[in-house]
Design a protein around this ligand. Structure first.
Ligand SMILES: [Zn+2]
Length: 288
């Protein structure tokens, strides 16, 4: 089973996770820029974070034979903090980078006017940079958040086929299904979707235009739930080809729209990862 996790925050995960993911068949990931828990107080913190998403983290993933791309944005929650608003001016320089395959995560957290403004401004950046957009849907008041997100997307002029609405569930999937936007689902250990619930939705709505991710971060989450979903699909009678479509070909098609997805030489990278040591020590710790 080859797996592309289209939404995972590796910054908050350990090398044990990379090792287990590689062993489970994860060959590629996309890491969206997001909220880090601790509020950031200046755009400079974001610049360092974005640099690590396009520099350090792809290098770290590469040590385990996993290809890493990123999406960058001012996340919905911090869009409310006036100290963070100038991040919008930093974005164009990152959206030009080869490792960046979409604008995201954008969208709503509390549905404030500030979030409205940042959401629309960043969809305009997606148009200007010819990139797809990853839209986070709020965890509270979800149905209304999805409806408003769809209205903002429709107004933006971004083609629906270049937008994914993420963190959908049984309540919201029907709102997005016929809009032409991609359907994103985050599989979590005890909130949001579970593998069995995901299988039921795939039965009801089919495999076309569906992205399944672990959205693993610093909260309770599990980077192997993509694999668990693939296994649950097989047990439920889906074919290997169905699983490959959901866990590999769909994310490749979605992010491939950026024209920047580099999946060359992946099998070799996975079979022979360049885990680096020097004189028996990890070279990755700056000498400590
Ligand atoms: Zn996320």
């Amino acid at each position: 089973m080859r797996i592309f996790d289209p939404h995972i925050h590796m910054t908050s995960r350990t090398t044990d996770d990379y090792e287990r993911m590689a062993a489970a068949g994860v060959r590629a990931v996309v890491e969206p820029a997001f909220w880090l828990g601790q509020p950031r107080t200046s755009p400079a913190s974001f610049a360092d974070y974005f640099d690590s998403l396009v520099g350090w983290e792809p290098f770290r993933a590469g040590q385990f034979g996993i290809r890493h791309h990123a999406t960058v944005a001012l996340n919905p929650k911090e869009a409310n903090d006036p100290r963070c608003r100038p991040v919008l001016d930093l974005l164009p320089r990152y959206l030009d980078k080869d490792a960046v395959v979409a604008v995201g995560e954008i969208g709503y957290d509390s549905m404030t006017p500030e979030e409205d403004e940042a959401f629309a401004a960043q969809l305009a950046l997606a148009v200007a940079h010819d990139l797809p957009a990853l839209v986070h849907t709020p965890h509270r008041d979800k149905a209304r958040g999805v409806e408003r997100s769809l209205a903002v997307v429709a107004e933006s002029g971004v083609a629906p086929g270049r937008v994914v609405l993420d963190h959908l569930n049984e309540v919201t999937v029907g709102l997005v299904r016929d809009t032409g936007c991609w359907l994103g689902f985050s599989i979590y250990p005890d909130t949001k979707m579970s593998p069995p619930r995901m299988v039921e939705l795939l039965r009801a709505y089919g495999t076309e235009g569906v992205l399944v991710n672990s959205a693993a971060d610093w909260g309770r989450s599990d980077p192997l739930l993509t694999r668990a979903t693939g296994e649950a699909m097989l047990l439920a009678g889906f074919t290997d080809d169905d699983v490959d479509r959901v866990l590999w070909r769909n994310p490749v098609e979605f992010y491939g729209q950026s024209g920047r997805l580099d999946l060359t030489d992946l099998e070799h990278a996975a079979a022979d990862p360049p885990i680096g040591t020097w004189a028996g020590n990890s070279i990755l710790r700056g000498g400590s």
